[in-house]
Design a protein around this ligand. Structure first.
Ligand SMILES: *Cc1c(COP(=O)(O)O)cnc(C)c1O
Length: 356
């Protein structure tokens, strides 16, 4: 348990955000039921979308809260997780004074969000087996270390972060620890959502973009203490989640078993693809993956990347990324797509298939 006396959220928040008077929208000032709404300068004629959406997305949060075992006050919804990442930087980091910590190789948006806000970035490399180097991270941290981004399962490496290391970081890191669980639905491991009860400095990010199959609606989730969620609500654009997105999310949440079906099919496709890839002479290593993609180290990654592009198959070239030397990141597709990839790979000049 983090000592509530030594934990001081106010110390971490930028003074201008503390002092901010948020925009008060018509829909947040009057929230009751009524017959006639003449408060928001909307067009009254029914188009299906003529009214502003619920600024706090209460219907979605109610269902999500039940599904995730948290309370609605512990949920923020953003225009993708990317909005949550951006808001975290803007809530906590004073430009040119504070910094964030990131653990490369990892997701690129943490850096971009900090760069846009003119917030410094301290990098502490993952270990060669892609785990956080806990003591190096704590050595790099000081009172200006407002955010530490830990991605688990990590993009692009695919592995889960060791929960004991995560707990050590949550206990000792002086700022907020953001655990990005964009791929957690694919992982055979527990989310750290239950740790919210224990760690007031924990923010967990999840998304509708991956397992839920809804990247197009742009909907990301942040889970944290009600105090941190209140800060998100203070700075977010009033109607950041549009009506169409809210409706699509509610529909998806009505049938979560559809997500589980897609997930199970992708997981079995991943196993099949990983096994096949390991038989190819050009494949040096298929990294174990808890996500819906495989990081694969190959001979001549740039040549293979271009060859696949020529066949109309696009994978992600990570050959020049720190600790990912010579690797391609391959998203697991539908069975027919994975078959096309496999056929193409067998036609790559010089490839040989070896007994497994
Ligand atoms: C895909 C991904 C996300 C999702 O971002 P959205 O803005 O919600 O689409 C977040 N974090 C990581 C590490 C990802 O790979």
């Amino acid at each position: 348990m983090k000592n509530a006396k030594t934990w001081d959220l106010d110390r971490l928040v930028r003074p201008n955000i503390q002092a901010l008077t948020p925009y008060s929208s018509a829909r947040s000032e009057f929230t009751g039921g009524a017959e006639v709404f003449l408060d928001a300068n909307e067009n009254p004629f029914e188009t299906g979308l003529n009214r502003y959406p619920d600024p706090l997305q209460r219907a979605i949060k109610e269902r999500l809260a039940a599904l995730k075992g948290v309370s609605p006050e512990q949920i923020f919804l953003g225009n993708g997780s990317d909005e949550a990442i951006d808001l975290l930087v803007r809530i906590f980091c004073e430009p040119r004074e504070d910094h964030i910590l990131i653990l490369p190789p990892t997701y690129g948006m943490y850096r971009v969000a900090a760069d846009i806000a003119a917030v410094d970035i301290r990098e502490v490399s993952l270990t060669p087996d892609y785990q956080p180097a806990v003591s190096a991270i704590l050595d790099a941290a000081n009172a200006h270390s407002k955010l530490l981004f830990v991605c688990s399962p990590n993009n692009p490496t695919g592995n889960l972060v060791d929960p004991n290391r995560l707990r050590d970081l949550l206990t000792a890191f002086p700022g907020i620890v953001v655990v990005d669980e964009a791929y957690i639905d694919f992982a055979d491991a527990a989310t750290c959502l239950p740790w919210l009860a224990e760690f007031p400095n924990l923010v967990v990010l999840q998304t509708f973009s991956k397992a839920w199959g809804l990247a197009g609606i742009r909907l990301g989730m942040a889970f944290a203490s009600p105090e941190i969620i209140a800060l998100f609500n203070k700075v977010k654009p009033p109607y950041n989640i549009n009506q169409l997105t809210q409706e699509a999310a509610l529909t998806a949440l009505t049938a979560p078993e559809r997500m589980l079906e897609m997930r199970d099919q992708l997981l079995s496709e991943k196993e099949r693809l990983a096994t096949r890839l390991a038989t190819l002479s050009i494949v040096r290593r298929v990294h174990p993956s808890a996500a819906n993609f495989l990081l694969v180290q190959v001979d001549d990654p740039n040549g293979l990347y271009r060859f696949l592009v020529g066949r109309g198959i696009i994978v992600r070239n990570r050959a020049n990324v720190h600790l990912c030397d010579g690797s391609l990141r391959i998203t697991v597709g539908r069975p027919d797509e994975n078959e096309l990839l496999w056929t193409a790979l067998l036609e790559w000049p010089g490839v040989m298939q070896q007994a497994n």
